[in-house]
Design a protein around this ligand. Structure first.
Ligand code: ADP
Length: 501
């Protein structure tokens, strides 16, 4: 493979990845962009080009939407049992190809191979879950207020769903949406992140092998430059009935605005600013273990990643000391393919600069880095040291913005009320973590935290079974659980009258 025209390095090792596809997938065909233009997908670990993929534009997006709309006419009439079996076959193939999928995820996202395997298991659990859920998307019969009449509520699939996904979980963010919408009887067009389109194409390849009928899943790849024009079509085309997006709050707001014109359903999973609150009654060693997971999984690049550590003054020093030594010992930075590495590179230069800028700003305003606080330049330009900041103030940008990187910020609190006030003082409302052994306190916190998800004494919250989602500016709608599939249905009311005649 030669990518010299981009002035970039090429890598021969990727030839061995048998699920690697370098074309988009529309109506069951592997296709180029109408314009024939391509863009490179780079490995953030070493900037090598893994593949070039089509740089599709608005007219390609229209073709994909048309394919999804045509297929919806037949797919909507399939039985729940048929859809369940098809999803199960896709699940089985993804499971069988875990290692191959994981290698692609690591190559394009940079995460360690172990975490990539974990992502395949996690992402695939949604296909398994929705294979089951497909058969339990039930309606209701409600006692009518009138004699001789029956009230029926049935669930009908929405139609074509536009799916726009981010780079941090390039496989799981697709299965979580597509499993649900297929279970409901919808079809889709997926636009994966420009940083990580290869996992999406590999998932589509496995869907094809699993016998998912053509036109149900369509994947269009675009560069960042074309994302706005493609996104506009995906939100405004009359055949599209829903926009399902995971990504930044800023882009989510743009898409929400575009969807409003056509009064389309939106499912938005946007940014978070998760508090991680530790009270004196907590098991501190356990809280520290969970803090490592909540902060450093995926190198901090997760919307539910702990952003603000609010630690009670009685245990602050002990917690900070334990956190510092754990970070120093357990965060091993390096390329995701290297044995023993726990933290890979950040996804791209923009993200790396954002993290570094936030830390520099905080330090210039009085924060102190107990560990880390700079780039690990010897490894490459996208590696940032796992960092612990103290003396952080609420007014600092690092406290108010989503960091999306390997930086833990600690703030001392002195009461439950203060913890709540600080935790809730954000426009985001995705996940919150609380550590306490006081049952009453656990319930009070769960009740009063303005977040869509609250974990008591745990640092990992997501799975296929619960309902994942945020409140406030963190989003609209829920993913996973039975609610995840219901998001892609309309509730139809039918009145059956004259039943005595
Ligand atoms: P991140 O910071 O994680 O890259 P973004 O919200 O910028 O989050 O990107 C998430 C997804 O949204 C990606 O697939 C990206 O290409 C897409 N995207 C970015 N801008 C737009 C836009 N204006 N319209 C449609 N999609 C967009």
């Amino acid at each position: 493979m030669g990518f010299l025209r981009f002035g970039l390095k090429s890598c021969v090792q990727y030839r061995q990845l048998h699920l690697l596809r370098n074309q988009a997938y529309i109506n069951g065909q592997w296709v180029k962009a109408g314009s024939n233009v391509v863009f490179p997908v780079q490995n953030p670990a070493d900037d090598c080009v893994i593949a070039e993929v089509p740089d599709m534009d608005a007219s390609d997006a229209k073709n994909a939407i048309q394919a999804a709309a045509n297929t919806f006419e037949t797919w909507k009439n399939t039985t729940a049992k048929e859809r369940s079996h098809i999803l199960r076959r896709w699940f089985n193939l993804c499971e069988k190809n875990t290692d191959e999928l994981a290698k692609i995820i690591t190559a394009e996202s940079g995460k360690p191979l172990n975490e990539a395997r974990g992502e395949v298991a996690y992402g695939n659990s949604f296909l398994e879950w929705f294979a089951d859920t497909a058969r339990h998307i039930n309606g209701e019969i409600i006692p009518s207020p009138w004699p001789n009449k029956q009230i029926l509520l049935t669930r009908q699939p929405l139609g074509v769903v536009s799916v726009i996904t981010p780079w941090n979980f390039p496989f799981a963010m697709i299965t979580r949406k597509v499993g649900a919408l297929m279970a409901a009887g919808c079809t889709c067009v997926i636009k994966p992140s420009e940083d990580t389109p290869l996992s999406a194409l590999a998932a589509a390849e496995l869907a094809e092998q699993a016998g998912v009928p053509t036109g149900i899943i369509n994947v269009i790849t675009t560069s960042r430059k074309n994302a706005p024009s493609v996104g506009k079509v995906m939100c405004e085309d009359h055949s599209v009935r829903c926009i399902s997006f995971t990504g930044s709050t800023q882009v989510g707001k743009t898409l929400y605005g575009l969807a409003a014109n056509g009064v389309k359903r939106v499912a938005l999973e946007l940014g978070g600013n998760a508090p991680f609150i530790v009270f004196p009654s907590a098991d501190i060693e356990h809280a520290l273990d969970q803090a490592m997971l909540a902060k450093f999984r995926n190198n901090g690049q997760a919307c539910i990643g702990a952003n603000r550590f609010l630690i009670h003054e009685d245990i602050y020093d002990k917690f900070v000391k334990g956190f510092k030594s754990r970070i120093a010992q357990k965060c091993i930075l390096g390329p995701g393919t290297k044995e023993g590495v726990t933290c890979g590179p950040l996804i791209n230069t923009q993200q790396a600069n954002k993290v570094s800028g936030l830390v520099e700003d905080a330090i210039s305003k009085g924060a102190k880095a107990l560990v880390g606080g700079k780039f690990a330049a010897e490894l490459g330009s996208k590696y940032y040291e796992s960092t612990l900041l103290i003396n952080v103030k609420q007014s600092m940008s690092i406290f108010t913005e989503e960091i999306f990187g390997p930086v833990a910020t600690c703030l001392k609190i002195s009461s439950e009320d203060e913890a709540l006030k600080i935790a809730n003082s954000t426009r985001s409302g995705l996940a919150a973590y609380v550590f306490t052994k006081d049952l009453g306190q656990a319930f009070r916190m769960s009740n009063k935290l303005e977040f869509g998800m609250v974990a008591i004494n745990d640092g990992i919250i997501s799975a296929a079974e619960p309902a994942f989602g945020g409140i406030k500016e963190s989003g609209i709608g829920r993913e996973g659980s039975r609610h995840g599939a219901e998001e892609y249905t309309d509730l139809k009311y039918t009145l059956m009258s004259c039943l005595d005649k």
